[in-house]
Design a protein around this ligand. Structure first.
Ligand code: ZN
Ligand code: ZN
Length: 141
């Protein structure tokens, strides 16, 4: 596999890879992301889904997104690591855990979202875009 952008779980069983750079990068403070990632927030890079961009067996965690539409977090079926998510409100895109992406990917978020649900101890750096809920734009449009 020679796709440029690649993310994988701890054990390497579940892999997502893409030929094109992400269309958006966000830090998400919503409670679902906190629960699934086990972190105070999730760093997400949104890529256009490509044919066979996801390989390996996953366990799906079904949730409802802020839009009221379903979203699904996907963990490795072996090591339980969270790798990526599909969001019905964002058709054609996959949200990938930025921590799992390998170089040359560099995390460079354009905004912090769902700050209304952020953990109290989380501080957001000055000067970044913040949205209390979903951002008023659709990644990739
Ligand atoms: Zn794994
Ligand atoms: Zn979230």
């Amino acid at each position: 596999m020679n796709n440029t952008f690649r993310a994988q779980c701890n054990c390497g069983q579940l892999v997502v890879s893409f030929t094109q750079a992400p269309v958006a990068q966000l830090v998400c403070h919503c409670r679902d992301c906190q629960t699934v990632s086990g972190m105070p927030y999730a760093k997400a890079a949104f890529f256009r889904a490509e044919e066979q961009c996801a390989q390996g067996e996953f366990l799906a965690v079904d949730m409802t997104g802020g839009s009221g539409k379903p979203k699904q977090y996907r963990r490795c079926s072996q090591c339980n690591d969270f790798v990526y998510a599909t969001v019905d409100a964002l058709t054609g895109l996959l949200g990938v855990a930025a921590d799992k992406l390998l170089p040359p990917f560099e995390f460079n978020p354009m905004a912090h979202v769902w700050t209304s649900e952020k953990a109290p101890e989380t501080e957001i750096p000055a000067g970044v875009f913040q949205f209390p809920k979903a951002p008023p734009f659709r990644p990739g449009k």
